[in-house]
Design a protein around this ligand. Sequence first.
Ligand code: ZN
Length: 254
Amino acid sequence: MERLLASLDQIADGSPNFISRASAQFERGGQAHRLPRYVYLGPKGGGDTIRIGIFATIHGDEPEGALALTRFATELETHPEIAKGYALFIYPVCNPTGFEADTRASSNGKDLNREFWKNSAEPEVRFLESEICLHAFDGIITLHSDDTSEGLYGFVGGAVLSENLLEPALLEAGQFLPRNRRRVIDGFAAQHGIISAGYNGVLRSLPGVVRPPFEITFETPQKASLHRQVEAFNAALVSILNEYRHLIAIAQNI
Ligand SMILES: [Zn+2]
């Protein structure tokens, strides 16, 4: 993990817009662990700053998302206008002990992506829940890679416009990997790679809030080339930010 974070820290060191914030610390089995977080402040846009949370590697054996976020950070440095009007809160490794051990679950044996908003005692979940509450995100994007899928797909939740963001993201990412067009993916009904249901306890916004953020879980086929997965994630993130800015601008003109 230190090598992965070193490359992110290096980008943060050289950039006035990319900030490494104090990681969450927790102890387990006599060892200290940290859950890193970064903030990227894009150039000022026309309206209020839009706050987006981007979360990767909540399943420790899915490092592809974390790697994609270093790629995405480089993209932001060369093309800051991608983040115009945004504050991006980036959590590249949401399950640090699982990441170190290359296991889906944390070292407590928990699938952290089934623990949200259930009064979980897991420190990783508590920290991420408090971040989600504190920042009141306008959008939540989570990155996963699925070793049972041969193509790209995603889950939508929260605000109704989520689907209008995922479709173009799948289209852009489709330059790098095919889409999973099965009618059933991961046990859920799917349409053109889009699933509108989800598991209980996944990383998402606090259920029942008045103005829910958009929620997108983007999944790459884990057995595909790592390079293509990283590029697909990057293309999807760029697309979501562009589309959402566009939709907000239209809504404000009405
Ligand atoms: Zn996963």
